[in-house]
Design a protein around this ligand. Structure first.
Ligand code: C5P
Length: 237
């Protein structure tokens, strides 16, 4: 991915622009990119993205678009105009919605002269189990549903997926080789897992076939975030 020096993407899950920019300035020399999620985007808006991009950092805009194809296409176009390097959509929006998102990313990048961002599909939220799926009318277990949605995403033209550490191996068996996998739920060992129930270490996740690692609390909540990021990078080599 353009402008990314290594596979570590730091989730800036902090409540405001100033905190996020201070953290990013400290970490930029050692990590690959920063993820802006719905909390930070809702408080900081597009200005947050522009200011972070203005520092030269690569940005993953994680707003998980899920709407009718036309609306998702226009939202993706707006994200591409912010010059982000990765963004997310929900695969459960269906193949027409996913294809519209990918086409919009390509067309908008062509029109603006920028690079095409990686449009990533989110399958089943890791907070959902079989009972949660049944209550919304899905009879499959999460693993089966993840595989089904992953295949659908690849067939619709998506070039990447977000998946939990424990889904990497299965998805690698069913997806075309070029599909990029972005994996949260990374823990180094020793620290608490927080609310993440299924974790792997950075090294294990890459060995299993992840391309990119999203790491939040183990870095931003550390006493020394820069040292924590450096320790993670050292564990990869
Ligand atoms: O702090 P932690 O390392 O758990 O942060 C993980 C990041 O990845 C958070 O921003 C979280 O919203 C996101 N994420 C996740 N699990 C998913 C999808 C996204 O933890 N299935």
């Amino acid at each position: 991915m353009r402008g990314m020096q290594n596979p570590v993407i730091v989730a800036l899950d902090v409540p405001d622009i100033n905190l996020a920019l201070t953290l990013a300035a400290d970490l930029a020399p050692v990590v690959g990119a920063f993820k802006i999620g719905s909390e930070l985007f809702t408080s900081g808006g597009p200005e947050m993205v522009r200011r972070l991009r203005g520092t030269g950092a690569a940005v993953f805009l994680d707003l998980k678009f899920h709407d009718i194809p036309n609306t998702v296409a226009k939202s993706v176009a707006a994200a591409v105009r912010l010059d982000v390097q990765m963004l997310t959509i929900h695969t459960s929006g269906g193949s027409e919605m996913m294809a519209a998102a990918e086409t919009s990313a390509r067309r908008t990048a062509e029109a603006t002269g920028g690079a095409v961002p990686l449009v990533l599909g989110v399958t089943v939220l890791t907070s959902m189990d079989g009972a949660n799926l049944r209550e919304i009318g899905v009879d499959s277990q999460p693993a089966e549903q993840v595989t089904r949605l992953g295949r659908l995403a690849a067939a619709a033209g998506l070039r990447g997926l977000v998946c939990s550490p424990l889904e990497i191996t299965t998805l690698r068996q069913v997806l075309p080789a070029g599909v990029q996998l972005v994996t949260p739920g990374i823990r180094i060992g020793g620290e608490k897992a927080d609310d993440q129930k299924r974790t792997l270490s950075p090294r294990e996740a890459l060995a299993a076939g992840a391309n990119w690692l999203v790491i939040g609390r183990p870095i931003y909540a550390a006493a020394n975030p820069r040292a924590a990021a450096e320790q993670i990078l050292a564990s990869l080599s």
